[in-house]
Design a protein around this ligand. Sequence first.
Ligand code: CMC
Length: 366
Amino acid sequence: MKAKVTGLEGIVAADTEIGYVNGAEGKLVYRGYWAKDLAIRHTFEEAAYLLWYGELPDDSALRSLREQLKAHRILQPELKRLLDAMPKGTPMMNVLMAAVASLAEEDSEWPPKAEQAIRLTAQLPAIIAYRYRKVNGLPWLEPNEDCGHADYYLQLLFGHRPAEAHVRALNAYMILAMEHGLNASTFAARVVSSTESDLYAAVCAAIGAMKGPLHGGAPSGVIKLLEDIGEKERAEPHMRGNLEKGERLMGFGHRIYKTPDPRAEALRDVTAALSGDDPWLGLARHAERTAIRLLAEYKPERKLHTNVEFYAAAVMRAVQMPPQLFTPTFTAARVVGWTAHILEQAQINRIYRPQSVYVGAMPVEG
Ligand code: CMC
């Protein structure tokens, strides 16, 4: 079928006070603050509070949020049994959908509540880490540490205190990945929530959207691209070959940004501080420069730049995140944005119900 209307490009579907994305000027703002500044100067908890409640927390609000997150980190035995029972081969994103669906309780009905957003945000790293360690035959350890969200996530995954630089890098990544306007997964969450379905169901829909390689699935594609390239000399012939075959270069291009993605710019700085002269990072930078040159040659009209996923992959690799956990980790960060949008949707709710243009056959008369 040849369709004229695809992808809802340029269609405005909601007013929001949560995030501002200006693709022409490369700007990203969370509730009046530059996302890049938040990523460098603030913690995950502070940025999450800002998205949920509309302002940065004072000391007592921050303490209270940290306590709530800590209280909700513990996985209930029923959830552990569910995670144990799922087949070993079930992809992690599908595991997350099942686990999140199971967290809904009888009193989870619409309207959504901020406490549910906090609970889900606290549970996701633990769910990911528990399942990862289970599938890999590793013992489950629950550190009883009063530490920040990114720190705790790394401890759960690896079973030891992470390097301070790794915590800072993951914290910055998770803040930059938290919110991005009406992207596919956030839109999916708002659509489901607009039916007055519960917050957990709306987040399940968002996770489903996030799984796709054109959205949250891209960082593993970036690692594969760089592994296939292998060495600097092969970057140009390899990517030229991809483009000749009509394939996309993962980590480049964006529906909204026709300038460099500000999140990629911020994460480039974060990785530079992290890895010094790490050869892998050297290869990534070389591949990035080559890709930009080739994309300008093959798609001169398209203004294709590095997107957040390219440097997200670099951060993930630097903190030793296993590739199968890249998209789940993106999910553990974006859940804050999803739930902020779900809470906002409830304040102004009207069910989403767009229309389609019928271009099919009509019954033959007579
Ligand atoms: N490599 C090669 N060509 C590309 C790329 C790319 N990465 N991205 C877009 N193009 C080309 C595409 O082939 C098309 O060319 P033509 O019209 O000549 O056939 C043109 O640019 C427009 O592409 P499009 O698919 O209409 O653009 P879109 O706005 O629908 O897609 C995108 C945006 C992100 C899905 C796309 O750029 C892409 O597939 N990129 C690679 C995957 C990726 O890195 N995804 C992560 C995006 S950031 C995640 C987030 O912000 O949530």
